[in-house]
Write a protein that binds this ligand. Structure first.
Ligand code: ZN
Length: 309
């Protein structure tokens, strides 16, 4: 039984339109699902991914309109790294981000920037046999596009406390770390993703716009219940299995305080709309369909730059 790397990462935005403009318009991801937060159906839940809506490339946002900016602290994810497949891509992205008013910094072959709300991203050319997970965008040549997640990093004041759960229960493999950082690889049969911690800043963290809410690791559908048992044996307290309609999930805090989810690879985003028109209209899972008349007028309409193009 192996986890197949990162399934998705979920963050918070205070402005859905600005969020779509940046992730679909500038970064060139595909908005593959426009739905509502199942725990609060008056707010958007937006899913960006590759062309097919594959796990491993799926960055999602809850929109809390006007949410004040968050601040990274202990037990919070502060950085997301994406794969590039071509050394020319670093120059391309430095140029493209600059054109769109985003400052970048290139250090040791890693291009760093933040989204308009302060969420940290990095791009790195990675040599891997994992399938490149690419979305189509008219201004971004396919060989220069983002290819899915490479990894994520959180703050921890005691990352050693997380080691037993990560290694013994979840099967993460330790990597040689840089000073002040610890790192692991979560690799399955088809895909892998990196996970690490750095020292936290002195201030307490605050959830808000531009902060990451949780990270989900990918499970085969048939292993999902067994992962829950393993997490319990490791001393964590997972939720029951929750049906998120596009996948099934369990959630628990790992010992450094980061909210982890284990989500199934399937059924996926084509369960309620065809691949060609993913994300174009508001999708409501069957249990929420009766709320459409109340929910739809409350949500501010979004213009997807890709559809507009
Ligand atoms: Zn999630």
């Amino acid at each position: 039984m192996k986890l197949e790397g990162i399934h998705h990462i979920t963050a918070i935005t205070g402005d859905a339109q600005k969020n779509v403009d940046f992730y679909a318009g500038v970064l060139g991801l595909r908005l593959v699902k426009k739905t509502v937060n199942q725990d609060d159906p008056t707010v958007y839940h937006l899913f960006f991914a590759d062309e097919n809506g594959d796990a491993g490339s799926d960055l999602t946002f809850f929109e809390y309109p006007g949410a004040p900016p968050g601040r990274t602290g202990d037990g919070m994810i502060w950085g997301i790294r994406w794969r590039l497949g071509n050394p020319d891509a670093l120059d391309f992205w430095a140029e493209r981000l600059k054109e769109h008013g985003t400052e970048t910094e290139l250090t040791d072959g890693v291009l760093r920037f933040t989204d308009p709300e302060g969420l940290g991203h990095a791009l790195k050319v990675v040599d891997t046999s994992d399938e490149p997970l690419v979305a189509n965008h008219p201004e971004i040549p396919e060989d220069l596009a983002l290819q899915g997640f490479d990894g994520a990093i959180a703050c921890s004041s005691n990352s050693e406390a997380s080691r037993p759960l990560l290694e013994e229960a979840l099967g993460f493999q330790p990597l040689p770390g840089e000073a002040g950082q610890s790192g692991w690889e979560c690799r399955g049969d088809s895909r892998g993703g990196l996970w690490g911690y750095s020292e936290p800043p002195p201030e307490r963290g605050l959830q808000g716009a531009g902060s990451v809410h949780h990270i989900a690791w990918a499970s085969q559908i048939e292993d999902h219940e067994a992962w829950r048992e393993r997490v319990i044996q490791a001393g964590a307290r997972p939720t029951p299995v929750i049906d998120r309609f596009y996948f099934r999930s369990i959630y628990f805090r790992e010992p450094s305080g980061v909210l982890f989810e284990i989500a199934t690879l399937g059924p996926g985003f084509t369960v309620d709309e065809p691949l060609e028109s993913l994300g174009e209209k508001l999708s409501l899972p069957p249990d929420y369909e009766h709320l459409r008349e109340q929910v739809e007028p409350v949500l501010r309409p979004i213009t997807n730059p890709r559809v507009a193009a």
